[in-house]
Ligand binder design. Structure first.
Ligand code: LMR
Length: 396
């Protein structure tokens, strides 16, 4: 029977990492997967995480099942991080959450719940979007439609086209937003544009899903949550899928959450019951370790402070890398304007490199970039900057 199984192509992100690992060139550069790397090119375990793990090791603990939705303290932390204390504690805001194994599963749980409970048939997402978004919702059985996102140069936002194309969505359909640090482009709407988008969602009666994988990588933990907080404050209901892979550096622990925000206790309880039902049929209940690390950090004033300081350092270092990259490219290719890279935020930049140029970078220089031209800025360091920029300058 298995002889007839067709071969599936390698994943466009993780497949590239496999190729990178096999590459014997000692000067190879990996700017593919969205993982933060420090100056030495390694992905550090954050100090707050090491300290929390030590604390967990020293405590009695057990390996019993967690509740289907994970521990209540963890779920409250998700709500407080996403909404901020003021909104979370507001009488008219009811936030329920569940721990999920990473952001991917959270997005999948959202999709399964939208289809089963709300009978949603279509979800709208930006063009371009994270490569896994269409796959996840296609696997759920939803139709995927895309709203326009980028301008002609593919380096900034075309908000009018975004509004026009999303305007074709019908009532009861879902819409997916990157709350901050859009993946793959690094291009985000402004505060004013988010306000307009919030109005449009309500006017069109769409069900919004906010993918929140980069809280703290844009401007700050609070500022990055503006799109969700504003939408909720102006009466909106939303599903939020968050990940702690990036802002706690817990990639391999698979830790994140799904939150539902509504305005009365009954709908909140109903939403949680449905999310739990979806979870029970997929992974039953979440794994312990990653969530326990996050929970420990967020409930210990000292560890939380260390975490915030480390996160700020990461964000500021990426901004510096952007500036260094732009300056280095500008001096090599003076006729081209690279300033757009300084305007983009988060780990990624849409470089404008064509698939041919990306292929040449890999074949001739062992530099690994996604076929779309997405660069993981957080993979640049002072050791590889000049080699990278020389190589890019030679192919553009
Ligand atoms: C990425 O976009 O590179 C990361 O979010 C990793 C992944 O799962 O694709």
């Amino acid at each position: 029977m298995f002889e007839a199984v067709p071969l599936s192509p390698p994943d466009s992100i993780f497949g590239l990492i496999e190729q990178f690992k096999k590459d014997v060139n000692p000067d190879k550069i990996n700017l593919s997967v969205g993982v933060y790397q420090d100056e030495s090119g390694t992905t550090p375990v954050m100090q707050c995480v090491r300290k929390a793990e030590q604390k967990l090791l020293d405590s009695a603990g057990n390996k019993n099942y967690l509740p289907i939705d994970g521990p209540p303290s963890y779920n409250e932390s998700i709500g407080r991080l996403v909404l901020g204390d003021r909104l979370f504690d507001h009488d008219s805001v009811h936030c329920v959450a569940a721990q999920t194994p990473g952001g991917t599963v959270s997005l999948r749980i959202a999709g399964e719940t939208l289809k089963r409970v709300f009978n949603v048939d279509t979800i709208w997402m930006s063009n371009p979007t994270w490569v896994n978004h269409p796959q996840i919702y296609g696997a759920v059985g939803l139709n995927v439609e895309q709203y326009d996102y980028l301008d002609e140069n593919r380096t900034g936002l075309d908000f009018e086209r975004l509004i026009d194309s999303l305007g074709q969505a019908g009532p009861g359909q879902a819409v997916l937003f990157h709350t901050v640090c859009h993946n793959p482009t690094g291009v985000d709407p402004s505060v004013e544009q988010w306000k307009q988008l919030g109005e449009l969602i309500k006017e069109l009666r769409l069900l919004p899903v906010f993918d929140f994988a980069y809280q703290g990588f844009g401007e700050s933990l609070d500022a990055d949550a503006f799109p969700i907080r504003h939408f909720v404050e102006t009466g909106g209901e939303a599903i939020v899928c968050n990940s702690f892979s990036k802002n706690f550096g817990l990639y391999a622990e698979r830790v994140g959450g799904i939150a539902s925000v509504s305005h009365d206790a009954d709908s909140a309880a109903a939403m949680l019951s449905q999310i739990k039902l979806t979870i029970r049929t997929i992974y039953s209940n979440p794994p312990l370790h990653g969530g326990a690390i996050v929970d420990t950090i967020l409930h210990d004033a000292e560890l939380r402070q260390i975490w915030q300081t480390e996160l700020t350092e990461i964000r500021e270092r990426i901004l510096e890398l952007r500036t260094n990259f732009v300056d280095a490219m500008q001096s090599r290719v003076p006729h081209k304007d690279f300033q757009y890279i300084n305007r983009q935020r988060g780990m990624f930049s849409y470089s404008g490199l064509t698939p041919d140029q990306v292929a040449r970078l890999k074949e001739e220089y062992s530099i690994y970039i996604l076929g779309s031209g997405r660069i993981n800025v957080a993979g640049i360091n002072s050791q590889n900057l000049n080699r990278l920029c020389d190589a890019i300058a030679s192919v553009v």
